[in-house]
Design a protein around this ligand. Structure first.
Ligand code: RBF
Length: 361
């Protein structure tokens, strides 16, 4: 072999090795690129939808939040296949309400979730603010209302119906217990905090329902100041009971436990809100005016996963639509409330269900 041939072969080999290196590097580069894409989520997410459930508070003690997470998870499980995994991440926002907008902004900024689900009357305003900064982020919000924002769908419950049924049973049971010493019947309401849905819908409707039983009935309304302090709940309930209140509606999250304990110790009664609460303290809880938020969360998540959730729309559902109810079919209700009272409550529920009694909002 001539020296210049050897040189030529050598150059050829170097070029071959070089082009192989470029080729392999190219593949690796492409591979890294696609991994990056999936880390950001966009490539993978078209196939595998990701949902964040933001709990404005903590789940424990707040039935609406427990039902929210349950319904979303059920829908995700049902819509997941080997090819299309739907993931659900539940994030507890904690009790510091000043932090919620920052937490939701961070969720949107991560670009990790196709949908942020939450539940609370204060959420639509926060979502409106975050949606303006992140035009691709979409929200499914229950127990609140906002129409006309193309990134937000809301579903609110007819809480006038729910609170009216609670007031009606409270006054019936209080009437049977008697209100010796007081000039007129008084029923109690303990709330976690004051907010428009409480002051403008729930409290007035509770009073209205009680006044259908006794037009002179008044409401002793107390506020815990947070959604967790069971000691404060017990203190407020005990004070009410000393003042002659025999039945208390408790809407105070974790503080409900304190209200029930105080009522039990004093022989007073409690009406439960949002879920079936008879089992919390059988014999003390005499009514359960509920919202089927697990059903709503499940159905609306299914709608989203099918591409059919009407963003921009605000819907309102109640007894007639099957989302608000009063639980009668429970042995603890039947054991702790007399037959004549249950009959009167049954008639009221029937009137609301059939539309004979219309409680518009
Ligand atoms: N309800 C709860 O049970 N637990 C909570 O932690 C809770 N936090 C709330 C925070 C805000 C800012 C507002 C406006 C309401 C909150 N509620 C909470 C009340 C809840 O949205 C609903 O009105 C009641 O559960 C009655 O259905």
């Amino acid at each position: 072999m001539k020296p210049h041939d050897r040189k030529y072969r050598c150059i050829q080999r170097i070029m071959l090795v070089f082009s192989l290196l470029v080729w392999v590097g190219g593949i690796q580069g492409f591979g890294l690129g696609s991994k990056d894409e999936s880390r950001k989520g966009s490539g993978d997410r078209a196939l595998h939808p990701a949902i964040a459930v933001f709990i404005p508070g903590v789940m424990s003690g707040s039935p609406l939040y427990e039902m929210l997470a349950e319904g979303v998870k059920q829908a995700a499980a049902e819509k997941s296949t080997a090819e299309r995994r739907v993931t659900v991440t539940v994030i507890e926002g904690g009790f510091n309400q000043a932090e919620w907008e920052g937490r939701i902004t961070a969720l949107a900024a991560s670009e990790s979730y196709d949908l942020i689900v939450s539940s609370n009357p204060s959420l639509p305003a926060l979502a409106a603010s975050v949606s303006a900064k992140f035009p691709k982020q979409r929200f499914l919000l229950l127990d609140g209302t906002l129409a006309g924002n193309p990134q937000v769908y809301t579903l609110r419950y007819k809480q006038r119906e729910q609170a009216y049924m609670a007031g009606h049973i409270a006054a019936l049971v209080a009437g049977e217990a008697g209100y010796e010493g007081s000039p007129a019947m008084r029923v109690g309401l303990v709330a976690g905090q004051e907010y428009p849905a409480m002051n403008e819908v729930i409290l007035p409707a509770y009073r209205e329902g009680a006044q259908q039983v006794d037009p002179q009935c008044t409401v002793d309304f107390r506020v815990v100041g947070n959604w967790f302090d069971a000691g404060k709940g017990a203190e407020l309930a005990a004070d009410m009971i000393r003042g002659g209140v025999k039945v208390i509606l408790s809407i105070a999250g974790g503080a409900n436990e304190g209200v029930v304990q105080a009522a039990f110790e004093a022989g007073a009664k409690v009406v439960w809100f949002d879920t079936n609460g008879y089992g919390v303290r059988p014999g003390t809880v005499v009514g359960s005016a509920v919202i089927y938020q697990n059903k709503a969360a499940y159905e609306q998540t299914i709608r989203f996963l099918e591409g059919a959730l009407p963003f921009g729309k605000a819907e309102l559902v109640g007894v007639a639509e099957g989302y608000v109810d009063f639980i009668e079919a429970d042995p603890d209700y039947q054991a702790s409330v007399s037959a004549p009272i249950r009959e009167k409550q049954r008639i009221l529920i029937e009137q609301i269900r059939s539309g004979v009694l219309r409680l518009e909002e």
